[in-house]
Design a protein around this ligand. Structure first.
Ligand code: F3S
Length: 81
């Protein structure tokens, strides 16, 4: 299983991830990316059919702000402890 969240502290709102994976990423009012699936909490499994898009987005992010994990984060936490 895969889970994903965006580290908005390092995201520079470049807009690449939403282009690569529009079903996973959208942008907030400041243009920072977040994960649509679970409001960027990293707790909802990414559907397998989106794995290719997810990989493209993660590899294409210039600041490595897209954090892909194999286990869900603790609920409500945007970052790992
Ligand atoms: Fe931000 Fe990286 Fe997406 S900089 S807008 S998370 S590609």
């Amino acid at each position: 299983a895969k889970y994903v969240f965006v580290d908005q502290d390092t995201c520079i709102a470049c807009g690449s991830c939403g282009a690569c994976a529009p079903e996973i990423f959208d942008y907030n009012d400041e243009g920072l990316a977040y994960v649509i699936l679970d409001e960027n909490q990293g707790i909802e499994e990414v559907p397998e059919e989106l794995y290719d898009d997810l990989e493209d987005a993660a590899e294409g992010c210039p600041t490595e702000s897209i954090k892909v994990r194999t286990a869900p984060l603790s609920a409500g936490k945007e970052k790992e402890p």
